[in-house]
Design a binder for this molecule. Structure first.
Ligand code: ATP
Ligand code: MG
Length: 441
């Protein structure tokens, strides 16, 4: 005797907080953006680099800086299982891309024959409070130009970003620029900054008080509204820059001006990561609330040495894909949706083997085709198949009826354009008419 199977209520499993599924049709917008990025990178001769999700925790502690939000509280870190010597590695999921790119560049000695222009795309992980535009798994596109010291390269990466905005139709961003100078200049400024903050100690929040001596520059980056006014009047790093740093800044501005890139100087722009010097910049928008930074970057001439490589200058940026797509949506910019060219309607289950052969031929000729699949009772009625064809968004229905199949033909019925007429085409000459089904774009 077979036991009766009693259905048991199974607890529903859900995804991890702050980590999203990217589902169709939305995923088509991601693919379109990624395709545009790849195309643009190759036009600027930036080449793709792919590093692992996991790195030694020490890489990020050294690379990003110990006294930063990311390293202090946002990393997903764990101790791996011990190897046969009883040693366990401390690993972290990457919270950003630059440190790993620099590690890989050093490890493979990529700069042995001169500078390198690189780009990456992929998920990053930070344990932040999830909200609109801020997630625990999010995605970045980043560029890193390593081995180039001049302001022309700062300008190049900024121009690349503005070309990307143009290519995807993003209009509501503005560029903010600043220079952080060199370590010696920052040290002078730092002393005065600490004195200033000490004078206003009553206004400092807990984070700021803790950073007052370890990383006072970062206090300028505060998001606390109660501190904004006091921070706005703090001593400006720009006023401490020497001739060389100023010349670099002027060089960058001259190139941006010649290319009609508009920007504002924001003396309080310091960036959340520790490794920057000279140029820092952000592309910001007012349309995404407090998650208004879409793309951010700058120069990091000391990072390579800090991670153990031979000194080499570098500049780069990273953009948040979620924020870019959100902003495009906010702007009402039309986004590509992915619809098949044709929808195949089939009357007899017994014709499936032959029909599927023809669909394979169409696809290999570049036509995108969705097929109506058979259910347990065979093919659905023509009426319900046509209904599905309509909701699929396809521009044509390919009707493989019993008569058509007997005569080696298919009826092609336009579904969207009333000016087009229905035609019958021979199945042994698919190459002759396949192109007529493809979208003109
Ligand atoms: P924010 O000031 O918004 O926290 P950040 O200074 O931490 O940004 P970067 O580390 O410079 O950001 O990362 C570059 C870009 O990556 C940001 O400008 C943003 O577009 C995106 N980004 C950073 N953190 C997140 C996140 N948690 N969720 C979604 N996008 C993010
Ligand atoms: Mg942040």
């Amino acid at each position: 005797m077979v036991d009766k199977i009693v259905p048991r209520k199974v607890e529903k499993l859900v995804g991890v907080k702050g980590m999203n599924d990217i589902l169709p049709p939305d995923s088509a917008r991601w693919e379109a953006l990624e395709a545009t990025v790849r195309e643009l990178m190759s036009r600027y001769a930036y080449r793709n680099i792919r590093t692992p999700i996991l790195e030694q925790t020490a890489l990020f502690v050294r690379g990003i800086g110990e006294v930063t939000d990311i390293v202090e509280k946002e990393m997903y870190s764990f101790e791996d299982r011990s190897d046969k010597h009883g040693q366990a590695e401390h690993l972290s999921m990457r919270p950003e891309g630059t440190a790993a790119v620099v590690r890989a560049v050093i490890e493979s000695n990529l700069l042995y024959d001169g500078g390198k222009r690189l780009f990456y795309m992929g998920p990053m992980f930070r344990r932040e409070k999830p909200q609109r535009g801020r997630y625990r798994q999010f995605h970045q596109v980043g560029v890193e130009a390593l081995g180039f010291a001049g302001p022309d390269t700062d300008a190049e990466v900024i121009l690349l970003a503005t070309s990307l905005w143009k290519a995807i139709g993003l209009t509501d961003v503005r560029l903010e620029l600043n220079s952080l100078g060199q370590p010696a200049e920052r040290a002078q400024h730092r002393a005065q900054l600490i004195a200033y903050f000490e004078k206003h100690a009553d206004l400092l929040d807990e984070d700021a008080r803790r950073r007052l001596h370890s990383n006072p520059l970062r206090i300028l980056d505060t998001k606390n509204p109660a501190m904004q006014e006091m921070v706005a009047a703090a001593p400006r790093l720009l006023d401490f820059l020497g001739a060389e740093s100023l010349a670099h800044f002027e060089g960058l501005k001259a190139i941006l001006d010649a290319n009609d890139v508009t920007y504002t100087i924001n003396p309080r722009l310091v960036r959340g990561l520790d490794y920057y010097n000279l140029t820092v910049f952000e592309f910001v928008t007012d349309r995404l609330g407090s998650q208004g930074t879409v793309c951010a970057g700058g120069r990091y001439d000391d990072l390579i040495v800090q991670i153990g490589g031979k000194a080499a200058p570098a500049v780069g940026w990273a953009l948040g894909i979620e924020r870019v797509l959100e902003l495009l949506k906010e702007q009402g910019t039309a986004v590509s949706t992915c619809v098949p060219d044709a929808y195949a309607i089939i009357s007899e289950v017994t014709d499936l083997p032959q029909v599927m052969r023809h669909l394979q031929a169409l696809r290999s000729l570049g036509v995108s085709v969705q097929m109506h699949t058979a259910g347990p009772e065979g093919m659905a009625s023509f009426k319900s198949q046509f209904k599905r064809a309509d909701t699929s968004g396809a521009r044509f229905a390919l009707v493989f009826g019993a008569d058509e199949m007997r005569q080696g033909q298919v009826t092609i019925k336009p579904l969207r354009d009333a000016t087009q007429t229905q035609v019958i085409q021979p199945l042994d000459q698919i190459e002759q008419w396949a192109k007529s089904l493809q979208s003109p774009a």
